[in-house]
Write a protein of this length. Structure first.
Length: 575
């Protein structure tokens, strides 16, 4: 790993041990990036309390024991006892060279785990709308980041493909077929609304729908064939959006609610045998300590309803059990909206109590907030309905097309169209991922599509600018990589310090399941490169300086491209 924090932490720890021996044990170096130096160690204050000494005195004793090995070029004590540390230029250059020579760019390879990640999960016979966006792109970014680290990632698209609504949907499909208008089912929003309206106003249709549910659940061949038809048409719709968004979910990753139907009766019976489930008001429930209502009563997790049917809790428990027992998962991630927090917490607790997930299995709910319109309310269409995902993406690309036409005047029309698609889609994805996922955010087209600030277009443009430099230099990735980066000018130092934590940032993003950490890192790299580009000419330099700056530029481009790819965002070569 090339992150300088690791050897720097060891260096400070060694100095503490040399100065105070065992008394320094257990005191963290407290390193952080600093405005006054490269890094600042906030260790003397904690150690001084332990030693009952003046913090500045403790800090100066630590500085006096710092190894003279080229890692730290300068160390100064400031304020009440902070230690400001400046890394040596040769050390930075050598570490950058090691990073450039590493095909993984310093990304570590932890012990691989089998990670099941559950995300997207749209409903059959309904169009995907803006409400599906966050689960889909956050989940896909996390899957990519985990794979970059070397984990075995198993994607699961737990689509809603079962339940009582399918009675009315199948009857609607039959009516459309009878009238020769089956093609209308491809307009999923209109199809579902027509079925719902007919169910509400036509008692005969409603009765047919209820009977059809029974036929579906009993395995009637004709009904199952119609159900498969609805699923197939819906998957065509979902897959079109996944391709456009460059989402790595494929048809083979679909494991819908229906896949667990046969497991449900046995699961409830098993939980009864384990003493976890008991009858309450005609339903079979699991009561878990710590989950209480307003009056202090235990809140039930219903695993079998009063009518003998099963709900989301039972299906989710069956899915979790299978993911551990059959897929071998040691880490399961659910990318689901924040309102499902209690439901998933109860499912996790029930699974652990039943032994379906032992202490070695990590269970995470990746919660997220909502996308809001300019009125700070849930984003909707002009008609007041949930905005379709297709309409959102169309508008993004349409707006990007106008911007690209103004900025990329040297590109032909086909190239402009490709860049506009990449910029529009990338802007939507990055605007979401760059925010702390737990918070709501306002969709603002002007900010999202800006070529400055923390946006996808800004990062894309920085990458394209570097690629342009490499082309103009007549070089290639291999020739530029053969040169060794050097750190001399202040702007080179800033860029070096921005680049080096790439591996630890990927690791931290995976551990916290927070994509905005990677976005913030890439923005730092892009802004550091912009300052470097303005103050440190590459093409106008000569000799070794030119080659070193070209190598540093190329490393920045590789990091930006790899980082954007980990977020599922394109990095165009030209813009």
């Amino acid at each position: 790993m090339t992150d300088p924090l690791i050897p720097l932490r060891s260096c400070v720890d060694a100095a503490m041990q040399a100065a105070y021996g065992e008394l320094a044990a257990g005191v963290d170096a407290g390193l952080r990036r600093s405005q006054h130096a490269d890094y600042q160690a906030d260790v003397a204050l904690a150690l001084a309390r332990k030693l009952k000494k003046n913090p500045r005195e403790v800090a100066m004793a630590i500085v006096a024991k710092l190894p003279v090995d080229g890692l730290v070029a300068k160390a100064e004590v400031s304020g009440p006892g902070f230690i400001n540390l400046t890394l040596g230029n040769q050390y930075l250059g050598a570490t950058l060279a090691a990073m450039a020579a590493d095909p993984r760019l310093g990304v570590p390879q932890p012990v691989p785990r089998t990670v099941v990640i559950d995300y997207s999960a749209p409903n059959v016979a309904k169009q995907m709308h803006v409400g599906h966006l966050r689960s889909t792109i956050i989940g896909d970014a996390l899957a990519r980041v985990l794979e970059l680290l070397g984990h075995r990632v198993i994607r699961q698209n737990h689509i809603g493909d079962w339940g009582t609504p399918f009675g009315m949907l199948i009857e609607q499909l039959l009516d459309e077929q009878a009238s020769g208008a089956e093609a209308g089912v491809r307009e999923l929003a209109a199809f579902y609304q027509a079925a719902r309206a007919k169910f509400d106003r036509d008692p005969a249709f409603a009765e047919r729908a209820r009977k059809r549910v029974v036929m579906l659940q009993s395995g009637d061949a004709e009904t199952l064939a119609l159900w498969h038809r609805l699923v197939d048409i819906s998957m065509e719709h979902f897959s079109g959006h996944y391709r456009r968004l460059d989402i790595t979910l494929r048809p083979e990753h679909v494991v819908g609610e229906s896949a667990y139907n046969e497991d449900l009766p046995g699961l409830v019976e098993d939980m009864v045998k384990r003493g976890l489930a008991r009858e309450s008001e005609g339903a079979m429930c699991v009561f878990l300590p710590g989950f209480t209502g307003r009056e202090g009563e235990l809140v039930p997790l219903i695993v079998r309803k009063q009518d003998g049917g099963y709900g989301y809790a039972t299906t989710d428990l069956a899915a979790l059990r299978r993911r551990v027992q059959k897929l071998g998962a040691s880490w399961i991630i659910y990318v689901v909206g924040a309102p499902q927090a209690q439901h998933l917490s109860m499912v996790f607790a029930a699974a652990q109590a039943a032994g379906y997930a032992g202490p070695e299995v990590r269970l995470d709910h990746v919660a997220f907030g909502a996308i809001l319109g300019s009125d700070k309310k849930m984003l909707k269409s002009r008609a007041g309905e949930a905005l379709s995902l297709g309409a959102l993406l169309d508008e993004a690309v349409e707006r990007a097309t106008k911007i690209v036409a103004e900025k990329a005047t040297d590109l032909d029309e086909a190239a402009k169209a490709r860049v506009a698609e990449a910029v529009g889609i990338g802007a939507v994805k990055y605007a979401d991922l760059a925010n702390d996922r737990i918070k709501d955010y306002v969709l603002e087209w002007g900010r999202m599509l800006a070529f400055d600030g923390n946006t996808a277009p800004y990062l894309m443009y920085a990458h394209a600018r570097i690629r342009s430099i490499v082309r103009k230099a007549g070089g290639s990735d291999s020739t530029a990589a053969s040169s060794r980066p050097r750190v001399e000018a202040p702007e080179e130092r800033v860029l070096a310090l921005a680049l080096l934590p790439f591996g630890s940032t990927i690791e931290r993003t995976a551990d916290t399941l927070q994509p905005h950490r990677l976005c913030a890192y890439l923005y730092d790299v892009a802004t550091a490169f912009t300052a470097f580009y303005e103050k440190c000419p590459v093409l106008r330099s000569e000799g070794a300086t030119r080659e070193a700056r070209l190598a540093l530029s190329l490393l920045a481009a590789r990091v930006l491209a790899r980082g954007l790819n980990a977020l599922g965002i394109a990095a165009p070569e030209q813009m």
